[in-house]
Design a protein around this ligand. Structure first.
Ligand code: MLT
Length: 200
């Protein structure tokens, strides 16, 4: 997968896995990683799907309606890519924290829905429930931060509540942070995510 890897200055820190939103690239979230932890490794990945020229991490059938078969395939592809990247760049495979926005948050959530040990934790900005009606792996010990907008036209508030509940039922510790905003990524939610990250 097309990506950027930047080695951090402190090997004890996690690797931040950056996953952009629809139409973004691996450049988008680099400033965000800088705010969260400027000593950690950064692995920023570009989604392999193109929707009318816009990169994404998996196909969708309509706005908010996911192509489940492709979601499963692409989730596996990203999981395998993380295995390969950890070996190639020699970072701890068990210490990856995803930072995803929108479509990138959805594939990060999907990694946790399908693989017990793909991520140590995730900061999910404006995510949806990637799949419903499946049994999740045990996620005890995993840490998740969700930020959601109270007036998000793409992601109704129930969706964020449901995602929290599904992850908690699988054993994850979840913090849900509300912003008085829509779908956009705000500085104040990044600050809240940074606080969550520093307490890990
Ligand atoms: C998605 O398709 O993953 C979500 O609807 C949000 C988006 O990226 O537009």
């Amino acid at each position: 997968m097309k990506h950027i890897f930047q080695k951090g200055t402190d090997a004890s820190k996690p690797t931040l896995l950056l996953l952009h939103g629809t139409g973004g690239t691996e450049q988008d979230l680099l400033p965000l990683a800088e705010m969260i932890d400027n000593e950690a490794n950064i692995l920023s990945v570009r989604g392999n799907i193109l929707e009318n020229g816009m990169p994404r991490f998996f196909k969708r059938l309509a706005e908010g309606v996911f192509d489940e078969e492709d979601l499963i395939y692409r989730t596996n592809e990203l999981h395998e890519f993380l295995n390969e990247a950890a070996a190639k760049y020699e970072f701890d495979r068990n210490n990856i924290i995803a930072v995803g926005y929108s479509n990138g948050a959805n594939i990060a959530a999907s990694l946790m829905f399908h693989y017990q040990d793909s991520l140590r934790g995730a900061s999910l900005h404006h995510p949806m429930v990637p799949r419903r009606g499946i049994e999740l792996p045990g996620l005890t010990g995993k840490q998740v931060f969700i930020s959601a907008g109270m007036n998000d036209p793409i992601c109704p508030s129930q969706e964020s509540e449901d995602l929290k509940e599904i992850l908690e039922n699988a054993g994850a510790a979840v913090e849900l942070h509300w912003e008085n905003s829509g779908h956009q990524l705000t500085i104040s939610e990044v600050k809240a995510a940074t606080k969550w990250y520093q307490a890990l």
